[in-house]
Design a protein around this ligand. Structure first.
Ligand code: ARG
Length: 467
């Protein structure tokens, strides 16, 4: 950060009442510009809308408003070109931009803060930032969903063992697996959009905490900034950070979903499973073991979930017990929220190509598919379909599986006579539901792994996601 001259306390925006200068340690301790400078764009957009409203109600002349707009535009350019000078004595991005405006315009610049406080200003900036960040994450989630749907086509017809308790359970189509993640990500999107609605309220005009005696027009500002509603209670909104916490929570669940996926894929890339081969461009090696190709990206996606959860916890604790209206504690919301966003956005950025480019080792999977009695439940349901009570059918198939286990064979390898021992009325038709492929083919219920159901779901997802 390039440093400017240290301003005298009387030079500070709030310096009028002060006799003594601020201790430099206090300036360093209280500053937020090192992390809130990323709000510069939102701050300028908010200030322009505010100035335009002030001109509309007669608190600024048209000429003053025009000067302010132009000045803010130039400041934005300076910031974007990297020539803008920061100074911790000016605390935050809001003070920096205002000071730069005053340096340019003198008294006209001193009018911008009319009917406004940094308390409603910072809330507005954050709401604009949250809105934009949600839109970005929704796009990224859509990209990841597209990767999963793309895989459905690539892995069409492939059957995977499904697990419960991480023990082989029932056969499922690979597409069914991939669409399971699409569902989770869709809920993540809906949660973000729901949070966006509550974030999308205008706080500007609440001023410090009580509103203002000046004849401002909040409807006008809301319209200019695209806010759907206007916060109705100045005391509430000046310290409301629900939208920050909701956003942090929505991002935490995204991180949890990515972590689940990463964990599963880490397992699947082990020599023991060997279901997947990750693209080498997404792996790293070991400094001592020459043979290692490690799934570090997946591990870090899983690992970074910890900080996202930690950020949510920090935010919840931050607001716990704060008295109404603004308290400086609230400044601490930004590093946590920004970190969650940066982390989740980075994870999503890598997840989409990783899902698309990973190879499913179809031959290995097919080779072991008949192990683990994936068809036992289908056989049980076949018996139920012929009138056997469920508990009885469960018991009979259990006995049959026990017998096959002892012989070291699949259910389909048993003699028909052995199967008939559990139900003498069975004929060779029973063989039609044995084996992973026939077993998958027998599923029919809505949302199941049956091929017709899954094909329908793939079509629905493709339509929904477009692109
Ligand atoms: N930097 C502050 C924050 O992020 C801005 C609001 C400061 N308001 C105040 N009255 N000191 O919360």
């Amino acid at each position: 950060m390039a440093l400017k001259r240290v301003p005298a306390v009387s030079d500070k925006a709030w310096g009028g009442v002060f006799d003594a200068p601020t201790d430099q340690r206090v300036e360093k301790f209280t500053e937020s510009v090192s992390f809130d400078q990323r709000l510069y764009h939102h701050d300028i957009v908010g200030s322009i809308a505010h100035a335009q409203m002030l001109a509309k109600v007669g608190l600024l002349t048209a000429d003053e408003c025009q000067q302010i707009e132009q000045g803010l535009g130039e400041i934005r350019q300076e910031i974007e070109q990297g020539s803008f000078q920061y100074d911790t004595a000016l605390e935050d991005i809001h003070m920096h931009i205002e000071r730069a405006l005053v340096e340019r315009l003198g008294d006209v610049g001193r009018k911008l803060h009319t009917g406004r406080s940094r308390n409603d200003q910072v809330s507005t900036d954050m709401r604009l930032w949250v809105r934009e960040s949600i839109d970005r994450l929704v796009d990224q989630l859509t990209m990841l969903q597209r990767s999963f749907v793309g895989r459905c086509e690539q892995d069409d017809g492939v059957i995977l063992p499904g697990y419960t308790h991480l023990q082989r359970a029932q056969p499922v189509l690979a597409a069914h697996y991939w669409l399971a993640y699409c569902e989770k990500l869709e809920r993540d999107k809906q949660r973000l959009l729901d949070c966006r609605r509550r974030a999308n309220q205008l706080s500007l005009g609440a001023a410090a905490m009580a509103g203002t005696t000046l004849p401002i027009d909040r409807n006008d500002v809301a319209e200019r900034l695209g806010f759907e509603a206007i916060a109705a209670n100045s005391l509430d909104v000046s310290s409301d950070r629900d939208f920050v916490i909701e956003f942090a929570f929505a991002m935490t669940l995204i991180a949890e979903h990515l972590s689940t996926w990463a964990e599963e894929w880490i397992l699947w890339t082990t020599r023991e499973f060997n279901f997947l081969t990750l693209p080498q461009a997404f792996c790293t090696g070991s400094s001592i073991m020459p043979q290692k190709i490690n799934p570090d990206v997946l591990e870090l996606i899983r690992g970074k979930t910890a900080r996202v959860i930690g950020n949510l916890q920090a935010l919840l604790v931050l607001v716990k017990g704060l008295p109404l209206a603004y308290n400086r504690d609230l400044q601490e919301d930004k590093p946590r929220l920004f970190d969650s966003f940066d982390t989740v956005a980075a994870c999503l950025d890598l997840a989409a190509p990783l899902v698309a480019e990973t190879e499913l080792n179809q031959a290995v999977i097919a080779d072991g598919l008949e192990e683990g009695f994936l068809d036992a439940t289908t056989l049980m349901e076949y018996l139920i379909g012929r009138g056997t009570p469920q508990r009885t059918a469960h018991h009979l198939v259990g006995q049959l599986v026990g017998r096959a286990m002892k012989q070291g064979v699949r259910l389909a390898d048993l003699e028909l006579a052995a199967i008939q021992e559990i139900d003498s009325s069975l004929d060779a038709g029973v063989l039609d539901v044995l084996g992973a492929e026939q077993s998958v083919g027998a599923f029919q219920s809505y949302g199941s792994t049956g091929p017709a159901q899954v094909a329908q779901q793939v079509t629905t997802w493709r339509k929904r996601l477009g692109g």
